[in-house]
Design a binder for this molecule. Structure first.
Ligand code: ADP
Ligand code: MG
Length: 333
């Protein structure tokens, strides 16, 4: 079996450098099993970076599934736990987005991602009967929040991997802003990006979206200011077995990796937590349903890249994107 791990640090540097050259201070740290880069312009940038860095570690310690002292570890171990206000906020947002997306986003997908080996990189293809036996444990109705007490039923387990990085970007941005920072880019590679203000007067941040078929290259650039971009792609974590590719975004209804022709989904939304969860949800929905969802709910924009060499871009982004590569079609929807 072929195990493929994308060199996250390299990708992170490649993807965020597009918008963050010449910033006053820049630092890459490891948090939430990923590389996060902070690029800040202006006075006191080094102090602000230290404060944001601490925030990433603080949230990682609460939201991590593997750290034995985390809220999520205790919740999964005991089926119920008093959690911090940050953890409660993330769970509440996650459950709300599960309801909105009819369960396409679901933090209880965990026993399935475990069965496919994505948690510990012990990749394997579970038998269909194993998947069917796990499905009753999966469903956002199996997770509840009552004040700051979270609880699980029916053998459910939760993992905030599809939403925590967006929340962390938002929290770090709040800290930077409270320190007077008005120009910064916070990015977990291409997974979650938060832009504060402009890169410089009148010049937006320019970020690179990875080419899903060659993730070391850009697919297109996107100009942003004061907003967030989250990308979910089948190229981010996957393995191959008998010539078939299996990736880490699971359809909670079928138990299998979402297989609907989408290669990647980027969501642009003022709120990073929402952007992160929605990019995962839209990836599960497939392009047609995702566009329908965007039209119905609004409040965000999206770029959907499909395996028939088409990029569907919602109309609010038409003046912010660069041309698609040769051989690709861009359809504004
Ligand atoms: P990334 O981790 O690169 O930011 P995503 O935001 O799309 O990518 O999150 C994918 C992670 O979310 C998976 O590794 C898994 O832990 C979890 N996950 C997988 N499928 C779902 C789903 N349908 N709903 C919620 N979380 C999911
Ligand atoms: Mg996500």
């Amino acid at each position: 079996m072929k195990h493929i791990v994308i060199p996250t640090l390299l990708l992170c540097a490649l993807l965020s450098s597009c918008g963050a050259k010449d910033t006053t201070a820049r630092k890459t740290i490891i948090a939430m099993d990923a590389a996060a880069t902070l690029s800040i312009n202006g006075e006191n940038a080094d102090d602000a970076i230290s404060a944001a860095e601490k925030e990433f570690y603080r949230l990682d310690a609460l939201l991590s599934r593997s750290a034995k002292t985390s809220d999520i570890y205790r919740l999964n171990e005991n089926g119920s736990a008093a959690v911090s206000s940050d953890t409660a906020a993330v769970i509440e947002t996650a459950l709300g987005i599960s309801r909105e997306t009819d369960g396409a986003f679901d933090i209880t997908v965990t026993p399935l991602t475990d069965a496919w080996g994505f948690f510990n990189q012990n990749y394997r293809v579970p038998s269909d009967s194993e998947i069917q036996s796990i499905l009753p444990r999966v469903g956002y109705e199996n997770a509840a929040l009552n004040g700051n007490t979270a609880s699980l039923t029916n053998g459910a387990l939760v993992d905030l991997g599809g939403i925590a990085k967006g929340y962390a970007c938002e929290s770090a941005a709040r800290i930077l802003k409270s320190r007077g920072i008005t120009s910064a880019l916070i990015s977990f590679g291409s997974s979650s990006i938060k832009a504060i203000g402009f890169k410089s007067a009148g010049e937006p941040w320019k970020i690179g979206l990875a080419d899903p078929q060659n993730s070391q290259e850009y697919f297109m650039t996107l100009e942003i200011s004061d907003t967030c971009v989250a990308t979910s792609g089948s190229y981010e974590r996957f393995f191959e077995k008998d010539g078939k590719k299996y990736h880490h975004i699971i359809n909670p209804k079928t138990g299998y990796p979402a297989d609907n022709g989408l290669l990647s989904v980027s969501v642009v939304c003022a709120d990073g937590t929402r952007a992160d969860a929605l990019s995962t949800a839209l990836f599960v929905m497939g392009a047609d349903k995702a566009v329908e969802f965007q039209k119905k709910h609004g409040g965000f924009e999206a770029i959907l890249i499909t395996d028939d060499k088409t990029a569907y871009v919602t109309s609010g982004l038409k003046d912010s994107i660069s041309a698609v590569p040769d051989g690709w079609t861009c359809i504004i929807v």
